[in-house]
Design a protein around this ligand. Structure first.
Ligand code: C5P
Length: 221
């Protein structure tokens, strides 16, 4: 038998940005390399989990043993996540665009000498909040929070507002974006655990080990 800590478990991970199309050549997006999410998918697979990685547009290799579903927009990501459920754990690392253009223009918007076009936006679904409130809620729902200020306060508020079990807060006021290192705080109902700054792969393994320990403790109850 497979005795790895996440054997027999399904872990769903979202990663990367989303692209919200304006017209065939333009989009709005969030800044995200996808590195931290891909590292988490890799770590979960290494610990024996069946992993579904729903990835926005990124240029990263699929980690070994991971089932990858590529999406572009937040709406597509929401659909792919729904299709991937049920899962024991959801780790939502994607930097989902909060808004999308209200209308998609099927033809390229022409540049004119008159005023630039106004962009009307509409809100995207909150994938994390919907998963956490849904009928197929995974046993453990983990969100991320990229913050530039009041990192812990914002993370605590976000945890409650989105009904997540944990929020992994990272301070992105420095050069975390696109970089290889990360410094995170794991905010749960039990309090805050701050990890040292370390490579994103090590952050991923530390997080996934805590996930495995938590599932094990809950199974023993
Ligand atoms: O509200 P904010 O975007 O800061 O929340 C970040 C967390 O929520 C991340 O885990 C992110 O993946 C998730 N999220 C989501 N769908 C959205 C917005 C954020 O799943 N539309």
């Amino acid at each position: 038998a497979d005795h790895r800590p996440l054997a027999g478990r399904h872990v769903l991970v979202t990663a990367g940005p989303t692209w919200e199309a304006i017209d065939p050549v333009r989009y709005i997006a969030n800044r995200s390399s996808g590195k931290q999410g891909f590292a988490i998918a890799a770590a979960a697979a290494a610990l024996g989990a069946k992993v579904t990685l729903v990835a926005g547009p990124v240029s990263l290799k699929t980690p070994a043993g991971v089932k990858r579903v590529d999406v572009e927009s937040a709406e597509d990501m929401a659909k792919a996540v729904k299709t991937a459920l049920p899962a024991d754990v959801a780790v939502m690392v994607a930097a989902v665009a909060d808004w999308r253009p209200k209308e998609y223009r099927g033809e390229k918007i022409k540049k004119r000498s008159s005023a630039p076009p106004a962009l009307m936006l509409t809100e995207n679904p909150d994938i994390l909040a919907n998963v956490a409130a849904g009928a197929k809620r995974p046993e453990l729902v983990v969100g991320f929070a990229a913050e530039t200020d009041n990192v812990l306060e914002n993370a605590k508020t976000k945890r409650k507002r989105k009904s997540a079990d944990w929020i992994v807060a990272n301070d992105v006021s420095g050069d975390v974006m696109g970089g290889d290192k990360n410094r995170v705080h794991i905010v749960s109902a039990d309090g805050v655990e701050t990890l040292d700054e370390m490579p994103k792969s090590a952050v991923a393994m530390a997080l996934v080990e805590r996930i495995a320990a938590t599932l094990k403790a809950e199974a023993a109850e």
